[in-house]
Design a protein. Structure first.
Length: 477
């Protein structure tokens, strides 16, 4: 079973005292201990918490929810938490899928949604934004002014900037624009004892370690990122689409590797195995029993023309040209995530797992992870696609589904499949997460993943957060 720690009990008198202190700092209207609010902030989109709700299990409630509107108020809240040794759990929009926002020890959930200010700098091609802003709202405002950030994760409509920073998230267009941590110029953050830090807004600096970047990917265990200055680009002048069907995954991967090796970076690059191709591109007869690759090039029209020419010339060597139709279909359906909610009420355990690996180990990792998941009794579906690419390697995104057998609970079955997948990933030389993060789901494997770095992480955590108030119980700590 996945561990579900019991929150530390606090007396009614102590809770009232903390409630009043919080209200004095940020306004009583911005603090809640109502049962309905506590229930709303007790979970994220981790499939296990969805299962808890369906089974009528009591979620893990926070003690309070606060809605600060600026960095100073967050600092005040953290100082109160420190003096009372009560946990702090940052909360964007709760779209995480590994349990990172669950208040496993109760405490104060800090909802960032009131912090949505943005400022665009045309000369520097940057945007400075508070981290509570919804990604779609941010992108729409940029588009309105003639820019894009190029960050389009599947959770775009239901995630906040801060959550994407805290997991080093990746979007659909990442092969061209980079991942969230590639886009960061500077950060403002509040450390676990309330100090406010801000890195200098310059394109590059050689002034010692980048302390603020420790918070990227830290999932709230080292502080709260309150504002970020990020790279932006002029809105694309043109977009070109291509798709190709390959006889096998190997040929598709090799074609992508050759494209990137030529210095060409399509915005969207996605390669589906045969099972996922039949599921997502059944309307394309030429792709039957093959592996579909879709490409989208965008930007300056002259550059787009060159990227399409190079990409097409490489892919035509072993792929069958399927035109623009499959790419248009993907654009129309890319935010459809209904499978996760459709299957759970039918007692089907469904989840996704994303990992990364270098090119020379990529095909072996894919085969090993697919085989490992299929070996678990009850697995009905184990498929994958590659969705983020580098000149050095690739991110695979796996999907599994099934039902427990021989008396196992859904939660036990879920963890068994994950365990098989993680073991195969590590043994194949991959990294256990590419962009979803660690949270609770991957916590058991982080020590092996980081090696000696895990002890260093523990020391950093202890030094920055001596009272262990920042999102405790996460990332295997």
């Amino acid at each position: 079973m996945v561990n579900k720690p019991s929150p530390k009990e606090r007396s009614p008198e102590k809770k009232k005292e903390i409630f009043v202190k919080l209200g004095n700092k940020i306004g009583l209207e911005n603090v809640s201990d109502k049962e309905l609010d506590k229930m709303a902030y007790s979970k994220d989109y981790w499939p296990i918490t969805v299962r808890w709700v369906l089974e009528g299990k009591t979620p893990i409630f926070p003690d309070f929810i606060v809605w600060p509107q600026n960095t100073k108020e967050i600092s005040d809240v953290i100082k109160i938490a420190n003096s009372n040794k009560i946990p702090i759990v940052p909360f964007g929009e709760g779209s995480g899928v590994v349990g990172g926002a669950i208040p496993v020890n109760g405490g104060i959930v800090v909802d960032m949604k009131r912090m949505t200010n943005i400022a665009i700098n045309d000369e520097n091609l940057t945007v400075t934004a508070q981290t509570g802003i919804n990604l779609t709202d941010l992108e729409r405002e940029l588009n309105r002014k003639g820019y894009t950030m190029g960050h389009h994760p599947q959770s775009m409509y239901c995630s906040a900037l801060g959550g994407n920073l805290s997991t080093r998230a990746a979007g659909h267009f990442s092969t061209k624009y980079g991942k969230m941590d590639d886009m960061v110029i500077s950060l403002e953050a509040v450390l676990p004892t309330g100090e406010i830090i801000r890195s200098k807004n310059v394109p590059k600096s050689s002034t010692g370690p980048s302390i603020e970047r420790l918070l990227l990917g830290a999932e709230g265990i080292l502080g709260i990122i309150t504002e970020a200055t990020l790279k932006i680009w002029p809105y694309p002048e043109e977009r070109a689409l291509s798709s190709y069907a390959f006889e096998n995954l190997k040929d598709g991967l090799e074609s992508i590797r050759k494209i990137l090796r030529r210095g060409v970076y399509p915005a969207v690059v996605r390669l589906y195995d045969k099972e996922e191709t039949s599921r997502h591109f059944y309307q394309t007869p030429d792709a039957k029993k093959k592996c579909m690759l879709i490409l989208a090039m965008e930007g300056d029209k002259d550059l787009v023309a060159l990227e399409k020419k190079v990409s097409d010339s490489v892919c035509k060597d072993k792929g069958m040209d399927c035109g623009e139709g499959p790419v248009n279909h993907w654009f129309e359906t890319r935010f459809n995530v209904k499978e996760a909610s459709d299957y759970a009420p039918r007692d089907i355990v469904f989840d996704t797992i994303e990992v990364s690996v270098t090119w020379d180990k990529s095909l072996n990792l894919y085969n090993s992870m697919i085989a490992a998941m299929k070996k678990v009794n009850g697995v009905l579906l184990s498929t994958g696609h590659a969705s983020h690419f580098y000149p050095q390697g690739v991110c695979f995104y796996f999907t599994f589904g099934g039902a427990p057998v021989k008396g196992a609970t859904p939660e036990e079955f879920h963890k068994e499949v994950w365990g098989a997948a993680m073991r195969a990933c590590i043994d194949s030389g991959g990294s256990i997460s590419h962009h979803h993060g660690i949270g609770l789901m991957r916590a058991d494997w982080l020590k092996e993943e980081l090696g000696g770095g895990f002890e260093a992480l523990k020391k950093i955590k202890k030094s920055l957060d001596p009272e262990n108030i920042m999102n405790p119980g996460k990332m295997g700590l």
